[in-house]
Design a protein around this ligand. Sequence first.
Ligand SMILES: Cc1cn([C@H]2C[C@H](O)[C@@H](COP(=O)(O)OP(=O)(O)O[C@H]3O[C@H](C)C(=O)[C@H](O)[C@H]3O)O2)c(=O)[nH]c1=O
Length: 351
Amino acid sequence: MKKILITGGAGFIGSHVVRRFVNTYPNYQIVNLDKLTYAGNLENLRDVEQSPNYKFVKGDIVDAEFINNLFTNENFDAVIHLAAESHVDRSIANPIEFVMTNVVGTVNLLNAARNSWKGAYNTKRFYHVSTDEVYGTLGEGTEMFTEQTAYDPHSPYSASKASSDHFVRAYHDTYGMDCVISNCSNNYGSFHFPEKLIPLSINNIKNNKPIPIYGKGENIRDWLWVEDHARAIDVIFHKAKTGSTYNIGGHNEWTNIDLIRTLCKVMDKKLGRPEGTSAQLITFVTDRAGHDLRYAIDATKLKNDLGWEPSLQFEEGLEKTVDWYLANEEWLNNVTSGNYQHYYEDQYQNR
Ligand SMILES: Cc1cn([C@H]2C[C@H](O)[C@@H](COP(=O)(O)OP(=O)(O)O[C@H]3O[C@H](C)C(=O)[C@H](O)[C@H]3O)O2)c(=O)[nH]c1=O
């Protein structure tokens, strides 16, 4: 029986990773540590919360004493670290929160692991889940980010993730800890908090509200279905060599405006509205400060070394995602109003 700490397991990507590990590995004990911020929600994990190999702990990775005690008491065999402040616009408005959670929080976890795992560094793994935004931005050509691309972050968010990546590598190089990192492109799918482009747009279209497109909508992102990301994390966690880095991506680039026009067509179809209705909601607004033009991931290393490839075509994934949001109106209403937070805080406070 392996005991694995998954941080940020109540968030969007984290909840998919927790679900995958709880269901796929009954011989693992999964401990989900989450602060339950506005974007973390135990409602995302209802289907696994009664599983005998799952436990939730509410806590903040910025609190070093709490983290050290948790490691001493639980004696984890591995960490998959996803807890992070993740929204670029929020990082522009409030950078310090990103420094605290993403940098200080990561170093607190590394320190706790370093202290409690002494003498067992080659059997206990620290896996940091990171982002392609650490590489900066690309032009509109064919160049892609590889694992060799130099770091060049531009937003406070990407600077904080780049910094935490560097700390993870430093703990591998300095203390010999077994660390691995993956850097993934934009994710989409169920349980995505509706502040990000796709779920925000679905929610706004549903409610006949404007769809805000930054600048001219020409920025390009590479989109990956979140369950494919969770599967990549599973493969990397189990098979990657110590000290290695893997890029994860969908080979699926879209300008924001093309993506939203496609989404509008899907929404018209699903809502039974005449084609062109949702697209009328598209509204061009002031651009994001320092907006990176293009992210594109070369995931060849992951395919060649570990055999991972995306499983889902984007059009199919987008339809699945829209279907999920339309079928889960209660979730959407409750996360946007903050209703779920208090309910679960009460229920879980003393567990
Ligand atoms: C919220 C919003 C966004 N946008 C644009 C800005 C971006 O060019 C694109 C996607 O934005 P979003 O905020 O959804 O995601 P990114 O800024 O690309 O970052 C996301 O993907 C990476 C990999 C992470 O690591 C981040 O944690 C994650 O948030 O749509 C708009 O045009 N309008 C909007 O209202």
